[in-house]
Write a protein that binds this ligand. Structure first.
Ligand SMILES: [Zn+2]
Length: 216
């Protein structure tokens, strides 16, 4: 755990949007800007993908990020690496302390396998990613929806090497802040999952703020 508060003030933000429970979001964060994602009510999971805004095939790579930092959890100091080895974002503040990038995004398929056949038709992050990619971007499609970050989600690995979904380590108002190292498209599914404790069985809103520059 590595907790670090930010000095940036919400009233100075150039962008401020609430993303309701279960909704999707996308926006390009320009190089040098800082993006904060706030878990407004606590215990929410924000499934997030990152792309080089000018070349979406150069996208977030969970494998490279984990290998290069030698840690399976993301927190302050983590550099989010791309498939080409570029740094897309750096986590510069974090009041939650741990974020997952192993568990993946929920999908109709995983809902069936993990919970029950009749859960197939419940809302899932993969559907939200596909919907937002189709309606709000010109250059993202199904092939671009790959291994993601789950902000505010706690997925510890057991000594036997299994993943377990634990209740969130987050709480109301906790946030993670990322500085863009190049122009980066951020794609978020504010997770609608109701079958595991990642959202405390009650999905809630998140808030996205962006500042020009950093805390300095
Ligand atoms: Zn989800």
């Amino acid at each position: 755990m590595s907790l670090l508060e930010s000095k940036l003030r919400p009233e100075d933000a150039v962008f401020d949007q609430v993303v309701l429970a279960g909704d999707g979001f996308t926006h390009v964060v320009k190089k040098g800007q800082t993006c904060r994602i706030v878990d407004m009510e606590g215990n929410q999971a924000a499934d997030t993908l990152f792309y080089d805004a000018h070349d979406p095939s150069n996208r977030y790579s969970a494998v490279d990020t984990v290998r290069e930092q030698g840690n399976i959890y993301l927190t302050t100091g983590t550099k989010l690496l791309s498939t080409e080895g570029d740094v897309l974002m750096t986590i510069v503040a974090d009041t939650c302390g741990r974020h997952d990038t192993l568990g993946g995004a929920c999908a109709a398929e995983s809902n069936q396998v993990r919970y029950a056949i009749d859960k197939k038709y419940m809302h899932a992050c993969r559907d939200t990613f596909l919907l937002v990619a189709a309606c709000c971007t010109k250059d993202l499609s199904k092939r671009d929806i790959t291994a993601n970050v789950n902000f505010f989600m706690n997925v510890p690995v057991t000594p036997q090497g299994k993943l377990t979904f634990e209740d969130g380590v987050s709480g109301p108002g906790r946030y993670v802040e990322l500085q863009a190292e190049r122009d980066v498209r951020v794609l978020i599914s504010n997770c609608p999952q109701l079958n595991n404790p990642c959202n405390g069985y009650n999905p809630t809103p998140i808030r996205v703020l962006i500042w020009d520059g950093g805390a300095g």
